[in-house]
Ligand binder design. Structure first.
Ligand code: AGP
Length: 683
């Protein structure tokens, strides 16, 4: 999805462009197809855009030489309205070039607004909804700049209504109003002086424009339908960024004498760990020394301060050729870190931020897991364990389908939202629907402070570290681990399992990281098989029980990374139709259950024989010592023995390595596959 970065530096600062480029580089893993920056310096804005990777943008900037600036905004675009082109790239500018804007989200009434603006004489150079926003903002800004100064006691600000027909105010008024609050606040909070949230600190020469731009931004928020994160800079207010958000993510990093903005805290994690969240339908006025957050009515809000959790070093390849390979190999640590420190002094399981009382959890009569993509497959794996441990029905629903099926959700439903990014719009909207129906929501996320974690009743963090490659690997195994912890926690609270049983399950889970390490060490055989299949047109994946979602995840990896048609089936479903796909040489990868579950094992072995008899090339994932597969497998990837419910944590690893190697053999970019975004922040 789109990446957004902003910076406001001190008057003598000239590093805003570099800060924004660094931030965009940290966000480029999210996937994009064009990029651009706007740099605000005294005397004007410089806007540079390019198609393709950031390297192309940097090459364009090189041609222009030094672009010193004390504020800058930047954007990596994942095309929604309009093809990837320079014209459609952000920032978009007003007709006079004095105002620049970047946007993440989708404006649903853009067509009607474009027609209105066209009638007003605005000319459009792009196909984007964002250009509609910048012209709407510019038109409104002109109106605000023309407004007579308020006749009341000068600039005392009062909270105006969105139409601004209400109390007259401008940034000085806001400043005075806020200073009054500051006096009040300082009386209330001794550390207020250290908190740069209290007064806008807008330079005098920028005040009229900054005030008018703030009012204009607030007005257009009421006119826009859909989702947005907006950052705007104006050449007459070079020390100010005005931002607004609805549903799309926006965090502000608090520096010393400088402040940062981003669609993801990772954008500025290397500069500051202190950040604030801009809430729904709020706007922020950001200067080098102050951040003022207002609601859509112009009332000041008190944003919460977050600690940015990402250690910047874990967002680098650390010597690996690709993030994908690094993250496959980080899985033992991701599982171990997610498991760590879960027991209290008495040996009971605890969750990170549990805000759901145990007595409420004891009334839960159903669980619904909502997620997308790989996260949904993790949920499908967890379903087997949680139903077995907690004896409640567990549904797994794709988030984007959930609210449209009019689901049966009550205050006794526990909804579990699984998300690596914590910003997937489909999952966010599903959470909101579930909460409207009275359900409690637990978020299983890998990104602290993300929207999904903030909008849930409880949070269980996966500690996989930043997952940069677009195709998810370590997050998947960490998500399974975390949902198992949640399942065991529920079993503990509800009395389904005794504490010693839970500790036995946890002890067996604690053995998994070493087993995953073992599977990774056997990867060369998988890579050889992948290279031999580099030209294949399609691959079928089969699995049964917990192996079924693993088969689907394996197919997704191959689709995402190698652009090969791949499909995962329940092995038992084969003879009900898909077996018609089997022809001579058709590669079929089968996830085989442990022989210690003979009722499952026997059936899957016969499934292998069925496809082999029709000419399939069979690649089998089977436990060490399982000789039954030998006569029907062309290739066997061995994994160490593990309890059935934990087997997915091992079986998925060869599938990840297979997809990564096959894509590499095809010369493809395994970290940023075509058309994909790491965090899908639009519905
Ligand atoms: C997985 O490889 C994909 N990148 C995608 O399916 C992803 O899992 C899905 O978009 C959900 O993302 P989330 O976990 O950040 O919510």
């Amino acid at each position: 999805m789109c990446g957004i970065v902003g910076h406001v530096g001190a008057k003598d600062s000239d590093r805003s462009l570099q800060v924004v480029l660094d931030g965009l580089s940290r966000l480029e893993y999210r996937g994009y197809d064009s990029a651009g920056v706007a740099v605000g310096a005294t005397g004007g804005l410089n806007v540079v855009k390019s198609v393709g990777k950031l390297a192309n943008l940097k090459a364009e900037l090189e041609k222009l030489g030094e672009l010193p600036g004390r504020c800058a905004i930047g954007h990596t675009r994942w095309a929604t309205h309009g093809i990837p082109s320079v014209e459609n790239a952000h920032p978009h500018t007003s007709l006079d070039g004095a105002l620049a804007l970047v946007h993440n989200g989708i404006i649903e009434n853009a067509t009607a607004l474009r027609q209105e603006l066209t009638r007003d004489g605005f000319e459009f150079v792009s196909d984007t909804d964002t250009e509609v926003v910048v012209h709407l903002l510019a038109r409104t800004l002109v109106e605000e700049l023309r407004r007579p100064m308020p006749e009341d006691e000068g600039v005392t600000g009062v909270a105006g209504d969105p139409s601004l027909g209400g109390g007259a105010e401008d940034a000085a008024g806001v400043a005075q109003d806020l200073d009054r609050n500051l006096d009040h606040d300082q009386a209330a909070t001794s550390d207020a002086k250290n908190n740069s949230l209290l007064t806008p600190g807008i330079p005098a020469d920028s005040l009229p424009t900054a005030a008018a731009l703030t009012r204009a931004m607030r007005r257009i928020m009421s006119e826009l339908h859909g989702t947005f994160t907006l950052l705007a800079v104006h050449e007459d207010a070079p020390g100010v960024v005005v931002a607004a958000r609805r549903s799309s993510p926006l965090v502000i990093g608090l520096g010393e004498g400088e402040n940062f903005l981003g669609s993801d805290a990772l954008a500025f994690a290397q500069y500051t760990r202190r950040a604030i969240e801009v809430g729904q339908d709020e706007l922020a006025v950001v200067t080098p020394t102050h951040v003022t957050v207002l609601d859509i009515h112009g009332n000041r809000t008190e944003p919460k301060t977050l600690e940015v959790d990402f250690s910047a070093d874990r967002a680098t390849k650390d010597g690996w050729p690709t993030f994908m390979e690094k993250e496959i190999n980080e899985q033992p640590r991701a599982i171990a870190d997610t498991l760590a420190n879960r027991l209290d002094a008495e040996g009971f399981l605890t969750l990170d931020e549990l805000r759901i009382p145990a007595e409420v959890l004891r009334t839960v009569d159903k669980m619904v897991i909502i997620a997308c993509g790989t996260a949904a497959y993790a949920g499908q794996v967890a379903r087997y364990a949680i139903e077995h441990w907690c004896r409640i029905p567990v549904e797994v629903e794709l988030a984007h389908e959930f609210r449209y099926r009019d689901p049966v959700v009550t205050e006794k439903t526990l909804v579990v939202a699984i998300s690596q990014s914590g910003e997937t719009m489909d999952t966010i909207m599903a959470i909101r629907h579930a909460r409207e129906q009275g359900a409690k929501v637990v978020a299983v996320v890998n990104t602290p402070g993300s929207t999904i974690s903030r909008e849930s009743d409880a949070v269980l963090l996966t500690h996989a570290g930043p997952e940069i490659a677009v195709a998810s690997t370590k997050a998947f195994t960490a998500q399974i681990t975390a949902t198992y912890i949640l399942g065991l926690y529920l079993a503990q609270v509800r009395g389904n399992k005794f504490i010693d049983e839970i500790q036995d399950y946890l002890d067996k889970l604690a053995e998994i990281p070493a087993k995953v390490e073992d599977v990774i060490s056997r990867g060369e055989g998988v890579r050889q098989a992948a290279r031999m299949l580099a030209d294949t047109a399609s691959v079928i994946f089969l699995g049964r029980h917990v192996g079924f979602p693993v088969a689907m995840e394996g197919a997704l990896k191959l689709k995402e990374l190698a652009y090969i048609h791949a499909e995962g089936f329940a092995a038992g479903e084969l003879k009900h139709g898909p077996i018609a796909l089997i022809e001579d040489g058709q590669p079929v990868i089968i996830v085989v259950p442990t022989p210690r579950r003979p009722e499952l094992h026997r059936k899957v072995v016969s499934n292998i024989q069925e496809v082999r008899a029709r000419g399939a090339r069979t690649l089998v994932i089977a436990e060490d010592g399982d000789e039954a597969v030998n006569e029907c497998a062309d290739v066997v990837f061995r994994v160490p023995p593990a309890p059935t419910l934990y087997a997915p944590l091992l079986a998925v690893v060869p599938l990840q390595i297979f997809a990564c190697e096959l894509a590499t053999a095809k010369g493809l970019d395994v970290d940023q596959p075509r058309n994909l975004a790491k965090s899908v922040t639009v519905e």
